[in-house]
Design a protein around this ligand. Structure first.
Ligand SMILES: C[S@@+](CC[C@H](N)C(=O)[O-])C[C@H]1O[C@@H](n2cnc3c(N)ncnc32)[C@H](O)[C@@H]1O
Length: 392
């Protein structure tokens, strides 16, 4: 392809027609593809991640008559920005990537999709890109941060590049850190003590939100999560950014520890602990600090569920994710891994639905976790849960 020094193919994603590196660049074995090996990053499997951005942006478009501007700090081939303009009807996009080849691909793709007039391509470091958009009149209605691995080093500048009431969308692919597999890295990057539990996906989301909340507070801003997802190898959160000390304080006040108790090889969540509290008893361990507030907004997720049905080219995974979030009442934190519990009791796992019904019959709160498929959220203690599981 003219202007690019590598072989390309053209793919259709949503309403965008995109020039991307030839698939062979990604291939590390006959059936395994690693997009980071390609001259420019494009991962077809991350369409579901981009679909979620498009769904949220489309809802925002419908609810706002004003001009909407999108910021794409690490745009790869530019596919997300192009789709925001073509599918969600946004007005303008700033499309940035610090790689020479990514920049060349962005320029070609914007031309091919007839979007040169409505876009601004750049080739600078993401933190500089954010800084250039951090004064009034230059900020974004939505900023997307999608690096390789952890996004932590882009959060402080990122929140300042979003308008009051605008959205910040963050993807993290260092799930081993967020899920407590690499405890040291979690401590270094996120400042948390975490370990692998049966509710590790929810925990990873709470770690990332805590880190975003702290970054926002440093610039006297608060954040309100509208949707959080842990899927495949990534965690993604989209949150509203609100300027002002009041919002900053409300957000950081939701940071605390979760007490967990380990019994029979199972971690049982024991409720939140405020930051200053230290007396935790012998059998409990503190997990965190974590963001302990709601990690998604039910009204937003309801709208996302409708949006994904209306836009029938969207990945069905997004509608599945939205529907499983809608089963989650977020009334308790974490959950008990039913498969792990059954295995520790040396019995086969009962149906999660039956266990929830039994818990509800006995007057406990109980629902599925929207994040960890085998988890039950409940205010019942482990002893009561074990009795129910054994009785089935
Ligand atoms: C995961 S890819 C982005 C994929 C893209 N957002 C999409 O949806 O297809 C990460 C991109 O970030 C770029 N990048 C990495 N570090 C950067 C930095 N410090 N500033 C700007 N871009 C960066 C890389 O060149 C790469 O294209």
């Amino acid at each position: 392809m003219k202007g690019l020094d590598f072989e390309t193919v053209t793919v259709i994603e949503g309403k965008a027609e995109i020039i991307v590196p030839k698939l062979d660049y990604y291939r590390v074995s006959p059936n395994e593809y690693v997009p980071s090996k390609a001259p420019v990053f494009y991962n077809p499997l991350m369409k579901e991640n981009r679909d979620l951005t498009i769904a949220v942006a489309s809802i925002m478009r419908r609810e706002n008559g004003r001009k909407l501007v999108f910021g794409d700090s690490m745009a790869g081939v530019g596919v997300r920005s192009i789709r925001i303009l073509l599918e969600a009807g946004w007005d303008e996009a700033y499309v940035n990537d610090n790689s020479e080849r990514a920049f060349a691909s962005i320029v070609l793709n914007l031309e091919r999709n007839g979007l040169v007039e409505r876009t601004h391509a750049s080739k600078i470091d993401a933190n500089l890109f954010h800084a250039e958009h951090s004064s009034p009149g230059t900020r974004f209605d939505m900023l997307d941060i999608d690096p390789f691995g952890t996004p932590v080093r882009f959060l402080d500048t990122g929140v300042r590049a979003v308008k009051h009431g605008g959205l910040i969308s963050i993807t993290a692919t260092d799930t081993a850190n967020l899920f407590g597999v690499h405890k040291r890295a979690a401590k270094i990057l996120y400042g948390v003590n975490v370990f692998k539990t049966g509710f590790m996906r929810e925990m990873g989301i709470r770690v990332l939100l805590k880190t975003l909340a702290e970054a926002a507070a440093r610039s006297e801003r608060g954040v309100e999560p509208i949707v959080s997802v842990a899927s495949r190898h990534y965690v993604k959160i989209i949150a509203r950014v609100l300027k002002g000390r009041k919002h900053a304080f409300q957000t950081v006040s939701k940071i605390g520890f979760l007490r967990v108790r380990r019994a029979n090889g199972i971690y049982e969540p024991m409720g939140p602990v405020d930051l200053p509290e230290t007396g935790i008893g012998d059998s409990c361990i503190l997990l965190g600090p974590l963001y302990l507030g709601e990690v998604f907004s039910r009204s937003w997720v309801e709208k996302i569920a409708v949006e994904t049905v209306e836009k029938n080219w969207m990945d069905e995974k997004i509608s599945k994710i939205a529907n499983s979030l809608l089963l989650d009442d977020q009334k308790t934190l974490g959950g008990v891994d039913l498969v792990g519990l059954a295995s520790s009791l040396r019995i086969s796992p009962p149906s999660i639905r039956t266990v929830i019904e039994k818990l509800l019959e006995k007057g406990f709160q109980a629902c599925r976790s929207g994040f960890d498929a085998n988890c039950i959220r409940t205010d019942a203690g482990l002893n009561d849960l074990v009795k129910i599981v054994k009785s089935l």
